[in-house]
Design a protein around this ligand. Sequence first.
Ligand SMILES: Nc1ncnc2c1ncn2[C@@H]1O[C@H](COP(=O)(O)OP(=O)(O)OP(=O)(O)O)[C@@H](O)[C@H]1O
Ligand SMILES: [Mg+2]
Length: 275
Amino acid sequence: MSSTQNPWQEDRGNKDRSITRPGGSEIIDPETGHEAHPAPGTPFLLAENMTGGYGAADILHGCTLKVEKGQIAVIVGPNGAGKSTAMKAVFGMLKLRQGRVVLDGKDITHLSPQDRVAHGMGFVPQVNNVFPSMSVEENLEMGAFLRRDDFRETMEQVYDLFPVLKEKRRQPAGELSGGQRQQVAVGRALMTRPKLLMLDEPTAGVSPIVMDELFDRIIEVARTGISILMVEQNARQALEIADMGYVLVQGANRYTGTGQELLADPEVRRTFLGG
Ligand SMILES: Nc1ncnc2c1ncn2[C@@H]1O[C@H](COP(=O)(O)OP(=O)(O)OP(=O)(O)O)[C@@H](O)[C@H]1O
Ligand SMILES: [Mg+2]
């Protein structure tokens, strides 16, 4: 395999060779048949004032998250803060009592998760994110289930990004190491050619070396123009690569800033980064 085939390593500005959809960044609104685009000054993803929960009590209290095109936004915060709940809300797995979700200029607040995938969202959940008894390749094919076109090229791009998956493509995903399973999960989401890739704790349970490698791959994906929204327990390392960081506490925004600003903030360091 030559590195010239790898869209994440070469021709970074050339979207024709990336998993971004042909024609650049536009999203076609299936209702109008027209391209939707954010108004000037509106971020690529705007999840605004999200309020809601699983039953009577709200978990999210006016949570707002934004991701600019091709940037990496990281959500950190204590266990139970509502980070996964916020991700589910952005993906449409949680009915909001208040707030809205706007992707590339289109209000998708009332769309199902499947319709959000069709609009360019890819989601890797925190748990159960691969089919363990299915092979690596079958897992990737499952990611392409909404596509009517030929997805072979995207699969090759995923294999270029994560070469070990090509070696192990016939093996059941459940036999892979934790880090490799996370690669399968990310690869599966990339098979939909998302414009926004959402990752809930992609480095959970992996070694620091594997974590660094996965973060490098995520940076490569972002450089192709894909926006990343990621929850991370490894807060310090994740903020190092974050364009924007959000500290969530009890379902609300506590601190917001660039990754560097949050890393430099004494209060954030003392309370959330262990000094
Ligand atoms: N399916 C559910 N039904 C009811 N309550 C839930 C459900 N999932 C999560 N919760 C509750 O919502 C709150 C926020 O949980 P959430 O999983 O979003 O937190 P988190 O920040 O992702 O935590 P962690 O760091 O442990 O992953 C918690 O009090 C949790 O018990
Ligand atoms: Mg969580």
